[in-house]
Structure formats: structure tokens, C-alpha cells
Design a protein around this ligand. Structure first.
Ligand code: KIV
Ligand code: ZN
Length: 508
């Protein structure tokens, strides 16, 4: 049985999904969860690309124990130096450098020949090796590169010190049979191949990223690069949960497994959805809302008699716990904390206190408190940011015959302010009031609302994307009243913009 390394690039390639940008604090939350999930390597960012990425790599390196922390770097001196600088505090570190290898890229993008690309790749791997022991090299657009040249490049970078060579299907062009053979042939042509791990990094433009990665594993790849929920550039990357559960469920066939703690999969998926605002399609394998829902009568009949008739994965094995009623109005702090621990959360006293306060309010409004409600409350607290603005109270009037109106009271930089505003609907009136109280001029680009559990008393969760100047941020808020949830989401987004403005003014 082989152990395939899982290289998670949610924070780098995943963040390249349109609209998926994350704050540094959000990246820390994700990295903590990835460590719990048991990934082998976290690609924490592309250090030179922005001060935010540099800080993310630096902080994840300093704060996260367990996985190897990696920064991406083009095959350029400045990039590699920046990656090395950002990784200084990491216990286990890797520099991942890349250079295109296909003629299409070399001719039209780089305007250099193969010899020059080879020379730059070797020099930069050597430079990276002078800083760190663990160096990964990727020949970008490898699947559209002539095999003999690719083999020459791979052999040369291994000689230069790369201990992992990643074969990216950058444009999602290859197919499983072709890619499996490509990896096999490549291994056959590289004389020093036993000195490095072959990784694969598949994009999903033809919906084949997972299948291509599995074909590569069958042909000797020892590391898979993937993202939670398959988010990433264009159609996304290989989906971590799918590749991991395919290996685990069909160990008999693949003769391979990973170090992933599969019970953490659902929680990781939900965290990414919450932070990026990118929902998972209901029929998505492993983490979709319907992935374990059996609708057909004949299937339900079989399941009731024997689970394995129609169930190939136990929902509990991916951390899906049945929607049981756990707590209510009379539950105490201890029971609340115990359930959070059972759900896998470790929270600080302060986070616990705030979440418990909200739990008590919620329990007054809603008879049944489900695990999903608790997860929403706790992730709101864990993801809390510095508040320049906060909501004190909100009252709205709306209906078929009246002009919608909102009276909003807020704390604005420590001072209590109140205003009444009208609008097209109660949310519009509320947002106009908040704009006036905070003196902000943002543009609401996206507004989504969803119910966390079923029933009219469910917690509503609102996600907004807000733009001001060059900053685009997301905010989320939850409450049994969706107008209040909308206000919380909007205020959270405005607080994030304030935090970014402050950072920019500090020169960060
Ligand atoms: O898709 C790609 O080729 C990449 C490289 C930087 C590895 O993301
Ligand atoms: Zn990629």
C-alpha cells in the first residue's frame, strides 16, 4: 500500500478562483483546518505576488505546526528570495518554483527558446536549494510539452536539487488514459527519477482533474495537488475530497491511500464555502448537500435492510453527523462547550463566551438547535475581525402598502449613532442607513441568503460581496431574522474594508 502525499493549494491556486480572495486571518483559519485534516503540504501563497500573500505565508509558517509550508515562486531570483524570506519562521518549509516548458508558452509568452528555459529552471532550483532543503519544481503546461524535452528538464532539475517534480496539466487539456501513459513514459525516460517524487497538478477544464490525478497515481505519481471543494483558476483544480475518498474507498484497486483524516472533510468544505462565499453544487460528490441523500423508494428500502446495498461511503467517515437535535433553551455552558468539542472545535474562552451568548439568544427564538446552527455561530466568532462599526439595534417596517423603512442604531468608532432611512425594500433601507451612519461609499456587488436548517425558524445566513475603492471583500452574518443577518453581513464587510484601509495606510 503506497501513501500518496496531499499537497493542498486551496490558499494559492484555490484563491485564484474568481471572487475567492481571502484575508490573512481567514487564511490562518483555513490553514489550521488543513492541519487538522492532515494534509502533508500547505501551499500558503505566492509570497512575492502581494504584501497579503507574503504575510499569509509568513504567518502560516510561524503559526501552523505539522504540514510542510510552501510558497510559490516563479523561476526568478526575486521571487525565490521573497519565498525564502516569508518562510523563515516555518519549521518545515518548501519553495515551489516553476517555469513554463511548452513551446506555446515559450514562444508566445516568454519569447525564449527551450535551452534558455532549461537554463533558468536549473539556476533557480539551485538558488532555491541554497536556501532550503525541500524544493519543488513545476514545468508549467507540462501536458502540452514534447515528452523528450520535458524529460530533459525534469532530469536536470532533479540533478540541480529538486526533490519533488510536479507535472501540471495547467490548462486542463489531458485525459486519463493519455495522462497515465504520459507519467509512465516520463518516468521511463528520466534516469534519476528515483531521487524525486513525481507530483501531479490537474485543472478541471474538461471535468477530468480527479480522473487524471488518479490515472497518474496508478502510473507512479506520489503526490497530488488539489483544493478543497475543487476551487481554483477557471473550472478549478482537482478536488481534494474526491481524490482522497476515491483512494480510500477503492484501496483494493489503487493500492494507495493518504494521511487525510477523512472525518474532517465536511468541516473543511463548509469552512471554505463560508470564507469564500462560493457554494458547493448540491450533487457534488462527497460534500454536496445531496451526496448522501437517497430519494428513490427502492434505494431507501434497500438501505433500511442493509446500508451497504446503496451506500459506498459511510457519511460519518467524512464527518457528516446526522442532523440531530442537540441543545435547547435550558442547555448550559458546559453542554454547549461539550457539543462543540464533539463537533471538533477547539475555541478560546472569549470565542466560547461570545458564541454562548448568541446561542442563548438563538435558543429563545428557535426551539431546536441543530449542529449546523452551532457551526454557524462558532465560525462567526472564530472568524470575527476588529470592529470599527457594530450594530446596536435594528427595526424595519415593510409590507405591500408602505414605503420600507429602517431605523438603525450603531457604534461607529466608539460613538453611538442612529438614523432612519427608507429604501426599495427593508434590506435596501437598512443598507442605506448603515452607509449614512458609517460614512462609507461602497458598492454591493453580490447578495446571497440561505437557510442553515429547514423550517421557518431557521437561522438565515447572508453573504455579501462589497467593493470600495480597490478593495473587494465578503461579509457573512447569521440570525433568525434575515434583515438582521443582512445588516451583520454588510457591517462585517465594511469592517474588513476599514481593516484593509488601515493596513494600506500603515504601508502593509
Ligand atoms: O496550473 C499550474 O500550472 C500551476 C503551476 C504554478 C504549478 O498552478
Ligand atoms: Zn494550477
Amino acid at each position: 500500500m503506497r501513501t500518496i502525499k496531499i499537497f493542498d493549494t486551496t490558499l494559492r491556486d484555490g484563491e485564484q478562483s474568481p471572487g475567492a480572495s481571502m484575508t490573512v486571518d481567514e487564511k490562518i483559519q483555513v490553514a489550521k483546518q488543513l492541519a487538522k485534516l492532515g494534509v502533508d503540504i500547505i501551499e500558503a501563497g505566492f509570497a512575492i505576488s502581494s504584501p497579503g500573500d507574503f504575510e499569509a505565508v509568513q504567518r502560516i509558517g510561524a503559526e501552523i505546526e505539522g504540514p510542510v509550508i510552501c510558497s510559490l515562486a516563479r523561476a526568478k531570483e526575486a521571487d525565490i528570495k521573497s519565498a525564502n524570506e516569508a518562510l523563515k519562521g516555518a519549521m518545515r518549509k518548501r519553495i515551489h518554483t516553476f517555469h513554463s516548458s511548452s513551446d506555446i508558452h515559450l514562444k508566445f509568452q516568454y519569447r525564449i527558446d527551450r535551452a534558455e528555459a532549461l537554463k533558468r529552471s536549473i539556476e533557480m532550483v539551485k538558488l532555491a536549494r541554497s536556501f532550503v532543503e525541500d524544493v519543488e519544481f513545476s514545468p508549467m503546461d507540462a501536458t502540452r510539452t514534447e515528452l523528450s524535452y520535458l524529460a530533459e528538464m525534469v532530469e536536470a532539475v532533479i540533478d540541480a536539487g529538486a526533490s519533488t517534480v510536479n507535472i501540471p496539466d495547467t490548462v486542463g487539456y489531458t485525459t486519463p488514459e493519455e495522462f497515465g501513459k504520459f507519467i509512465k513514459d516520463l518516468r521511463g525516460k528520466v534516469s534519476n527519477i528515483d531521487k524525486a517524487i513525481i507530483a501531479v497538478h490537474c485543472h478541471n477544464d474538461l471535468g477530468l482533474a480527479v480522473a487524471n490525478s488518479l490515472a497518474a497515481i496508478l502510473n507512479g505519481a506520489g503526490q497530488v495537488e488539489c483544493t478543497i471543494n475543487g476551487i481554483g483558476e477557471r473550472a478549478g483544480n482537482c478536488s481534494m475530497e474526491e481524490v482522497v475518498m476515491a483512494l480510500r474507498t477503492r484501496k483494493d484497486f489503487y493500492q494507495a491511500d493518504t494521511n487525510i483524516v477523512s472525518e474532517e472533510i465536511t468541516r473543511s468544505s463548509r469552512l471554505i464555502t463560508k470564507i469564500t462565499g462560493i457554494p458547493v453544487q448540491p450533487n457534488k460528490a462527497i460534500v454536496g448537500a445531496n451526496a448522501f441523500a437517497h430519494e428513490a423508494g427502492i434505494h431507501q428500502d434497500g438501505l433500511l435492510k442493509e446500508k451497504t446495498t446503496y451506500e459506498i461511503i459511510r457519511p460519518e467517515s467524512v464527518g457528516l453527523i446526522s442532523n440531530k437535535l442537540v441543545l435547547g433553551k435550558h442547555s448550559g455552558r458546559h453542554a454547549f462547550k461539550t457539543r462543540l468539542v464533539e463537533l471538533g472545535y477547539s475555541v478560546t474562552e472569549e470565542e466560547l463566551n461570545k458564541a454562548f451568548e448568541r446561542f442563548k439568544k438563538l435558543a429563545d427564538q428557535k426551539k431546536e438547535i441543530h449542529d449546523e446552527d452551532l457551526e454557524t455561530l462558532i465560525s462567526d466568532e472564530v472568524l470575527r475581525i476588529e470592529e470599527v462599526f457594530s450594530l446596536i439595534s435594528l427595526e424595519t417596517r415593510s409590507g405591500t402598502e408602505i414605503e420600507p423603512e429602517a431605523s438603525v442604531k450603531m457604534l461607529v468608532t466608539g460613538k453611538e449613532e442612529a438614523i432612519v432611512s427608507s429604501g426599495d425594500g427593508p434590506v435596501d433601507a437598512t443598507y442605506k442607513a448603515i452607509d449614512q451612519l458609517t460614512g462609507t461609499k461602497s458598492n454591493l456587488k453580490k447578495y446571497d441568503v440561505k437557510g442553515i436548517t429547514g423550517g421557518t425558524d431557521a437561522l438565515g445566513e447572508v453573504t455579501v460581496t462589497v467593493e470600495e475603492d480597490d478593495f473587494v471583500v465578503r461579509g457573512t452574518g447569521s440570525d433568525t431574522d434575515i434583515i438582521v443577518a443582512s445588516a451583520k453581513a454588510y457591517i462585517q464587510a465594511l469592517n474588513k474594508i476599514e481593516a484593509r484601509k488601515e493596513k494600506k495606510n500603515d504601508g502593509g
